[in-house]
Every structure is written in C-alpha cells, then in structure tokens.
Design a protein around this ligand. Structure first.
Ligand code: ATP
Length: 369
C-alpha cells in the first residue's frame, strides 16, 4: 500500500488562446490505506485529476508521488495502480475466470499464483459460482464485481475508481457501494474514488475532496464538510435538500437582525453568535433544512428566531416532510417530522435554530467566523 501526494498539480488542455485550465494547482495527500473521495459537479476536473494519478493524462505542472517515488513521467503500467471505470469493458469472449486472469497472464505470473489470486478475488466478491460464465450471462452488478475483481487480483498499491457505479440502477448502486466499503476494510488499501454524487461521497469517503471549476474547495471528513463548510459552494453542494442560502444584510438598529435582500424575510439574531465584522455587511446566511421547524411543534431547546412565510409546497416522504415556503421571491425549505400543516398558500410560522446558522462572505463566498 502507499500514500499518494499531489503538489501544486496543474492540468492545462490545449495551447495559447485555446488553453483551458482544468485543474489549478491541486495540493493533496491521500494517506496510506485511506479511502478518499473526489466529488464535484460535472466538468469540475475530478476525472482529470484521477487520470493524472493513473498516468492516462500528462501533468502540465507540479509533482505527483506514489509512495516515495515521483511518478510524473512513469507510464501507467509501472505505477502500481489499478483502475475501475464506469464502463467495465470485460472481454466478451472470455469467461469470468479468464477475464480475471488475463492481466496476470500478460505479466507472466506463474499459473498457480494466478489461480490462487483469481480464486481469492472470486471468494471476496462472491463470484466463485460464476467463474465459468461469460459477461453476457451476468447481471450488471455481477459484471461490475468482475471489474472490481480484475483490479483486486493485481494487488496494486493504489485503487482508482472513476464513477464505477454510474451504470447500475439505484438499488444495485447502494449494494455495490457497500461492497466497495467492505472491500476497503478488508484489503486496507489506498483508494481514490471519483463521483459526482454527494450521497455516494458522504457514505463512502473517510475524507472527501470537494472540487469546483478545477479548484479544491475543501478537504475534510464527511461530518466536517457538513457541519463546517469552508465556503458557500461546499455549503450548497453537500446535503439534500440543499442548505438554504439567503443573501442579505446584518443590521443592528438595537439588536442584530438579518434582512434578506429579496422578499422581506427577517431573522432576529439577538441570541445568535454573529461573526465579527458582519454587522452592516452584506452576507450570505446559511441554514440547513433540518434546523428549521414549524412553530408550535415540539421544541428542541436552544436559541431560536421565528418568521412568518407563505407555505408553497409540501412533499411528504413518509418519515418526514419537506416544507417549501417563501417570503416574496425568497424560497426556504424545512425538513420536519410528519405533522399537520397549514394548506399551501396559507401563512406558516417557521422557527430557525440560531445555534445552527452559517455566515458566508457575499462576494468571495468564504465562511465567516
Ligand atoms: P464529469 O463528471 O462530467 O465527467 P469531471 O469533473 O470529471 O466531469 P473532467 O472530465 O475532469 O470533469 O473535465 C474537466 C474540464 O476539462 C471540463 O471542462 C472538460 O470539458 C475539460 N476537458 C476534459 N478533457 C479535455 C480535453 N481533452 N481537451 C480539452 N478540455 C478537456
């Protein structure tokens, strides 16, 4: 196993007027044995970053090391990595066994060693019963497990996953996600996993790297990202329904009050911890849907502030309700337990938990306080 280190790694596609910077100076260390997830919206540069680690894309600037070796100029086959893609590309004319053994044969490993590794991977991934089948005789989930098996038999220092579950249906995705987590625990291997799906990132990653427009936004544990997003982008990207982000001004006629720019929502901040320097400033106020509840329901204690909005839409999930309300053009979503609610179009009193507010700089989006 090995750690992977990126020092100021940049990727520029094209030249001169056509040049496009896909990754701007990434600094990152993946610890030995860690499962690290790269997540971000389409086009943020996550596949480019992974492909540079794999050696499938050249590095324009900076340094990449695997273990103690700088590998910028080392070809992919000599990097001691194995990659699993979205398209598992199994050889259709070969059996599962032959698909698993193929790479090892090319490396001229002794036959008994190949057999041992194939059977071990087959046992880990529960493929033992289907080693004689061909890919067309397998389900999508089984095919993806064979693709995982092909990576395992190589016993690489680092596993790289590029959206490996995207072709599977929702149920199978959850199941295979669990298999990858178990595989990681069992092998204790260094794994780097790319996805655009924040749920996949939160459930799999020991640490997560959030990327946007080619820049690393934050590197943290799932809980760290959720509880202390470093900026407005991370705040809005991690969590579903997304954090409410409201543009406004913190005023202090007597006590501090947040006034939204759009639609007249005001939140009394008297007992809130308002970060230094916010008073009189334009800020983005953030509050997660679960930190808003309907007035009159059971209180959770803590400091609170109430506002009246118009109820727009109610989405019942069975175990909880998403309440969409608005004040003018300002939309707010709350996530509340099942309870009787006013009818859509009626006023609704919402209570904001003042201990759970986030403040971001309105211009740059950085977290304040
Ligand atoms: P997705 O989730 O859609 O795969 P991604 O985050 O993996 O997105 P990348 O594939 O890394 O994104 O692409 C990052 C940016 O680099 C995109 O804007 C893309 O258009 C651009 N890009 C990728 N490959 C090339 C290329 N060969 N030439 C020029 N630009 C490229």
């Amino acid at each position: 196993m090995a750690r992977v280190r990126l020092e100021n790694v940049r990727k520029v596609y094209g030249v001169e007027s056509q040049a496009f910077v896909a990754v701007h100076g990434a600094d990152l260390e993946v610890r030995d044995g860690e499962l690290l997830v790269l997540v971000g919206p389409s086009g943020c540069g996550k596949s480019t970053l992974l492909r540079m680690i794999a050696g499938l894309e050249t590095i324009s600037e900076g340094r990449l090391s695997i273990g103690d070796r700088v590998v910028n100029d080392v070809p992919p086959k000599d990097r001691d990595i194995a990659m699993v893609f979205q398209n598992y590309a199994l050889y259709p004319h070969m059996t599962v066994y032959e698909n698993l053994a193929f790479g090892l044969k090319l490396r001229k490993l002794p036959g008994d060693e190949i057999d041992r590794r194939v059977r071990e991977a087959g046992a880990i991934l529960e493929l033992a019963e289907i080693l004689d089948r061909r890919p067309r005789q397998l389900s999508g989930g089984q095919r993806q497990r064979v693709a995982l098996g092909r990576a395992i038999v190589r016993q690489p220092a680092v596993f790289l996953f590029d959206e490996p579950l995207s072709n599977l249906d929702a149920k199978l995705r959850v199941q295979t996600r669990g298999e990858i987590a178990r595989l990681h625990r069992r092998l204790g291997a260094t794994m780097i996993y790319v996805t655009h799906d924040q749920v996949e990132a939160m459930t799999l990653g020991e640490r997560i790297v959030v990327l946007n427009e080619g820049r690393i936004q934050q590197i943290d544990t799932p809980l760290g990202l959720y509880e202390r997003p470093a900026n407005r982008f991370v705040a809005g990207f991690i969590g579903s329904p997304a954090m409410n982000l409201v543009e406004g001004v913190v005023e202090r006629p007597n006590a501090p009050v947040f006034r939204a720019l759009d639609g007249g929502l005001t939140i009394n901040l008297t007992s809130a911890a308002v970060p230094e320097g916010c008073i009189g400033q334009r800020v983005t106020l953030g509050i997660r849907p679960e930190n808003i509840r309907v007035a009159g329901s059971l209180t959770s204690g803590g400091t609170q502030s109430e506002a009246t909005l118009l109820l727009d839409v109610v989405e019942s999930m069975g175990n909880e309700i998403f309440v969409y309300a608005r004040s003018g053009n300002q939309a707010i979503v709350a996530r509340v337990p099942p309870e009787p609610l006013p009818a859509p179009g009626e006023p609704i009193r919402l209570v904001f938990d003042l201990d759970k507010l986030h403040f971001f700089d309105s211009t740059g989006g950085d977290r304040l306080g």
